[in-house]
Design a protein around this ligand. Structure first.
Ligand code: PLP
Length: 432
């Protein structure tokens, strides 16, 4: 039962404590939570808890509520759809999934004739990509990259090496999966070109002696390493993957579950990075909090996925699709891709200046509004996260050493809120 000593709880936190006790009793302990906040409502970039405290949310529910909490146009679209049609599954076709597939396809200028498959989550999208690429190539192998996070289901976790605890005691995992290095410039004295050369050399060796290229169905990569430490992939490395996939007939899958839907400055990071994948995966931000995920690929690829060999009961449900259509409208109408690029560049410039010379700061990096501040240790990152919380600002950490602060504000965050959040983060880092 609960470890909370109620006798020391101040009156203004009574509701939170009561809910936390019930949470601890009723919910499986396997699910960790980043904070002890019991959220009741969300308004834009702010969360309000059951005791009425307001929190500036620089996490977006881990990169999901990209338009802020409760965006009125998304709510209105979902509400209207709820009243019209909620669910038919594969029993019928429905309008919203058709419209959304058309719109998402049109948002991928690197595809000539795209088609979409809908599911409910990021991990399911990864599972779909594994199955699609195995069907299309007739090969078993999947290559993923060290530090990647692709989800918790057995297939997706087999590709996940962001932390050992995600895999330990779940073995044996999916067969045919091999893990190649990610080019981390920091481990090569900051020399990105050298990191890319070394990573591609190791990949070539892997394709030669461990997973022969002719047995590999897909390479699955995040354009910005997410859970693994917020490290943007060098374009030269992604081009190297593209070249090897072309040479060996391997399907190149970009897992854009976290980078997609405007977060990195274009609808999908592939566009901004200038490298063409064969399959793009999306989830998280697509419906601003309603469950939806999926795969986008050329018709020539999707068309080789035999009828009824994959499917989903809830995938692409009308309500999530209606919300996602509103998300795409808002992103276009409010110029949110451009805003993500501009604010991301501003944040990097600001933090590099205000934190220059701070001994705790190892690196500041990012693409669009996916910003990572690598600190000297997990203890430092914890201390900064706690200091931010004490000042009403919620931030996340990531990285294999849990020492990277990650900032994922809403693309709609006001300049004043962003300024306030960054000031709190900077003060926390300087005091750590
Ligand atoms: N892929 C990436 C890049 C992710 O960041 C995540 C979740 O954080 C997933 C896949 C899994 O998504 P979900 O939690 O919706 O299954």
């Amino acid at each position: 039962m609960t470890t909370i000593d109620r006798s020391i709880v101040p009156d203004q936190l009574r509701a939170s404590v009561a809910w936390l006790e019930r949470d601890e009793a009723a919910l499986a302990g396997v699910l960790s939570r980043v904070t002890n906040i019991v959220a009741e409502a969300g308004e834009g970039s702010w969360l309000i808890d059951v005791d009425g405290r307001r929190w500036l949310d620089l996490t977006c529910g881990i990169g999901v509520t990209n338009l802020g909490h409760g965006h009125p146009r998304v709510i209105a679209a979902a509400e209207a759809q709820l009243r019209t049609l909620v669910h038919t599954s594969v029993v019928t076709h429905h309008q919203r999934s058709i419209e959304l597939a058309e719109r998402l396809g049109a948002g991928c200028p690197f595809f000539a004739d795209p088609q979409v498959f809908f599911c409910n989550s990021g991990a399911e999208a990864v599972e779909g990509a594994i199955k699609l690429s195995r069907q299309v190539t007739g090969r078993p192998g999947i290559v993923a990259f060290r530090g990647g996070f692709h989800g918790r289901t057995m297939g997706a976790v087999s590709l996940t090496t962001a932390k050992g605890k995600y895999r330990a005691r779940y073995e044996p995992l999916l067969g045919g999966v091999t893990i190649a290095p990610w080019p981390r410039a920091l481990r090569h004295g900051g020399d990105e070109a050298l990191a890319v050369t070394e990573a591609l050399r190791a990949l070539d060796e892997l394709l030669e002696v461990q997973s022969p290229a002719e047995t590999v169905a897909a390479m699955v990569v995040e354009p910005v390493l997410g859970e693994g430490g917020y490290v943007p992939a060098p374009s030269a490395w992604l081009e190297g993957l593209r070249e090897r996939c072309d040479r060996h007939g391997i399907v190149l899958v970009f897992d854009e579950v976290q980078t997609g839907i405007g977060r990195t400055g274009s609808l999908f990071a592939a566009e901004r990075l200038g490298v063409r994948p064969d399959v793009v995966l999306f989830a998280k931000g697509v419906a601003n909090g309603l469950p939806l995920g999926g795969l986008i690929a050329e018709r020539s690829t999707m068309g080789r996925w035999p009828l009824a060999t994959h499917g989903s009961t809830f995938g692409g449900n009308p309500v999530s699709c209606a919300a996602a259509l509103a998300v795409l409208d808002v992103i276009a109408d409010e110029g949110l891709c451009e805003r993500a690029t501009r604010l991301g560049d501003d944040v990097l410039t600001r933090l590099r200046s205000t934190l220059a010379g701070s001994p705790q700061v190892v690196d500041i990096r990012g693409l669009g509004l996916m910003i990572g501040v690598e600190l000297s240790s997990a203890a430092t990152a914890d201390a900064v996260q706690d200091a931010c919380l004490r000042n009403g600002v919620i931030v996340l950490t990531c990285g294999p050493g849990e020492n990277v602060l990650r900032l994922i504000p809403a693309l709609t965050i006001s300049d004043a809120d962003l300024d306030h959040g960054l000031t709190v983060v900077e003060t926390g880092i300087k005091a750590s």
